[in-house]
Design a binder for this molecule. Structure first.
Ligand code: CP3
Length: 350
């Protein structure tokens, strides 16, 4: 049976929509009791990610509760460095750690981009299973980290600080940094392309640590390699790439440049309080995740503010400025979803 093109895909294509599409970064996760139950059957988080069946179930959980407009593959941005041999571990309460962080030019020279089918087959299997489980209900988003964000974790060996080693590498060993970022641009393009070929209908790149860099550094160390990644997508996707969303956590500083990068949409964090009218790009965002610990009334008002903020953009996809915080009450997520659906109705558009 033919079905109308999904809302999210129409927004990304700048077509009219009858209401604003909505999904939430980290919509599968610890705030859901059913997620915690599933997580409990694995001692290591990495084992959970490596089980396509469990990953498919986790990706479907939020959709069983809420009428969201997209599913996102249940995986992690750090699967690429793990497949490159850095040894990923998640320590409870402390976040990710690499057993073998990159500290020397020699280590960097020895790296090669992983072959997705050979080394990240579990991610692609999760994509295939989730796409099938969705049965065309909503589109599936595949994702990776940006080259810079992955490099930052790989050099530092951990998150949670200001990445002093990673920033020192840029200053002190720029050639090694270039080589690392170039390898990662290839790795990211390969994994995004493989996810598209396995069934992902939208792609998102998380540049979670773009905000650590100054404007000039951002151009040199992040944007440049995003460009290389985007340029490689027609090849790695084996044809026209799916629409790409680039999410950057930096208060919107680099939006003009990103808008010209060939992505379909930019994802912005909650620091962006005003949409520059000259920006001609679809926007995704940006409710402050902290609002999910307030009350229904405040949440509803904040939703209205976000919808109005982006009313003049060429398209808007409702999302948070960052992921759903783990202590969130699932009932408030329902309030949020209802509020976005009701307040963004545009009965005249077809
Ligand atoms: O619904 C979804 O969005 C699930 C898929 C998903 C995960 N990680 C699963 C996950 C996505 C899109 C990510 C992206 C990711 N991972 C980013 C980019 C977005 C961002 O948050 O800036 C980053 C930087 C990572 C690296 C990472 N993974 C960290 C820093 C942590 C620990 C801190 C945290 O947020 O929990 C993880 C673990 C992780 N990845 C969890 C999940 C559901 C927590 C799992 C658990 O403890 O049960």
């Amino acid at each position: 049976m033919p079905h109308p093109e999904h809302l999210l895909l129409r927004s990304l294509a700048r077509q009219p929509v009858e209401r604003t599409p909505l999904w939430l970064m980290r919509q599968a996760g610890r705030y859901l009791p059913e997620y915690r139950a599933l997580r409990g059957s694995f001692s290591q988080l990495t084992e959970f990610f490596r089980s396509p069946q469990a990953a498919c179930e986790a990706a479907m959980q939020p959709l069983a509760r809420y009428p969201l407009d997209a599913a996102i593959v249940f995986s992690d941005i750090l699967t690429i460095p793990d497949a490159m041999g850095l040894g990923l571990k998640f320590l409870s309460g402390e976040g990710p750690r690499f057993e073998h962080p990159l500290r020397t030019a020699r280590q960097i020279r020895a790296l090669a981009p992983p072959d997705p089918e050979q080394e990240l087959g579990y991610v692609l299997e999760a994509v295939r299973m989730t796409r099938q489980a969705l049965a065309e209900r909503v589109p599936l988003i595949g994702f990776t980290g940006s080259p810079w964000t992955l490099a930052a974790y790989m050099v530092e060996g951990r998150g949670g600080n200001n990445f002093p080693h990673a920033r020192a590498l840029l200053r002190e060993q720029p050639q090694a940094a270039e080589q690392l970022l170039d390898t990662l641009a290839t790795a990211v393009a390969l994994l995004l392309g493989a996810q598209a070929q396995a069934g992902a209908q939208v792609l998102q790149i998380f540049d979670s640590w773009g905000g650590l860099l100054s404007d000039e550094e951002y151009r040199r160390w992040s944007l440049e390699y995003l460009h290389r990644t985007i340029a490689a997508l027609p090849t790695t996707c084996g044809g026209k790439p799916p629409p790409l969303i680039v999410f950057v956590r930096d208060g919107g500083r680099s939006l003009t440049q990103l808008a010209a990068s060939g992505c379909a949409a930019v994802g912005v964090d909650e620091q962006l309080s005003h949409w520059p009218p000259e920006l001609d790009i679809v926007v995704q965002g940006n409710l402050d995740p902290a609002l999910l610990s307030t009350d229904p009334k405040q949440l509803d008002i904040a939703v209205d503010t976000v919808l109005k903020r982006f009313a003049n953009a060429p398209g808007h996809i409702f999302n948070l400025g960052h992921g759903v915080p783990p202590p969130t009450d699932p009932a408030l997520v329902e309030v949020l979803v209802d509020s976005v659906r009701q307040r963004s109705q545009r009965p005249s558009a077809h």
